[in-house]
Ligand binder design. Structure first.
Ligand code: ATP
Ligand code: MG
Length: 179
């Protein structure tokens, strides 16, 4: 899977709908301080299902909504849409998958996969199955390499499990055993 594009609307400093197109290989985002580079990373973390507001540098979920600026009213909702391109030769059907997350000023959230309304759990499971879970390993921020070197062996094992895409099965097994 490749990230084809990320669309932000009313998300943090992106009041207007903004589409960021990615190409194959390494992509770099450059710009002056405060222009919104980290907000783009926050949007990526948010769309893969980050539940903690802290992880996306917000006090609560509603804080991701554009809060207005001089001469510009606050947005009523924030939306992030990610378009993924399937690059598996054996994959059939549509070549792209579109996932959308929306939060309204009431704090209510909505999640969609290819326009179909789903639960947060569904998008988290989907991203975990392609190795882009909302846990630590997919996003490396300052200080994180240090942290990974210092964690306990079983915690490191959890990261490897997720990278290999088997965490989702382990969680399903645990949930089934509990029922
Ligand atoms: P640096 O180079 O310093 O790391 P950056 O490009 O990563 O900067 P960001 O942290 O992405 O910058 O953006 C910070 C800006 O986003 C700040 O100006 C902040 O006011 C703005 N911002 C954050 N949340 C909101 C919001 N909900 N509504 C409007 N603006 C917001
Ligand atoms: Mg930054």
């Amino acid at each position: 899977m490749l990230i084809k594009s990320l669309k932000l609307k009313g998300f943090k400093s992106f009041a207007d709908e903004t589409e960021i197109k990615f190409s194959e290989g390494i992509n770099c985002i450059v710009g002056p301080n405060g222009c919104g580079k980290s907000n783009i990373v926050d949007a990526l973390k948010w769309i893969v299902g980050d539940k903690s507001a802290k992880g996306i540098r917000a006090d609560n979920q509603k804080d991701v909504i554009f809060k207005g600026s001089e001469g510009r009213r606050a947005a009523r909702s924030a939306e992030v849409t990610i378009t993924l391109l399937k690059n598996d030769l054996f994959d059939v059907g549509e070549p792209t998958i579109e996932i959308k997350r929306k939060v309204k000023s009431t704090g209510d959230s909505e999640f969609f996969i290819n326009g179909r309304k789903v639960r947060l759990k569904d998008i988290q499971e989907f991203f975990a199955s392609i190795g882009l879970g909302n846990r630590d390993y997919a996003f490396f921020e300052q200080g994180q390499i240090d942290k990974i070197l210092k964690i306990k062996p079983h915690e490191r094992r959890e990261l490897i499990d997720e990278a290999a895409g088997i965490t989702v099965f382990k969680e399903k097994k645990e949930a089934t055993l509990k029922e």
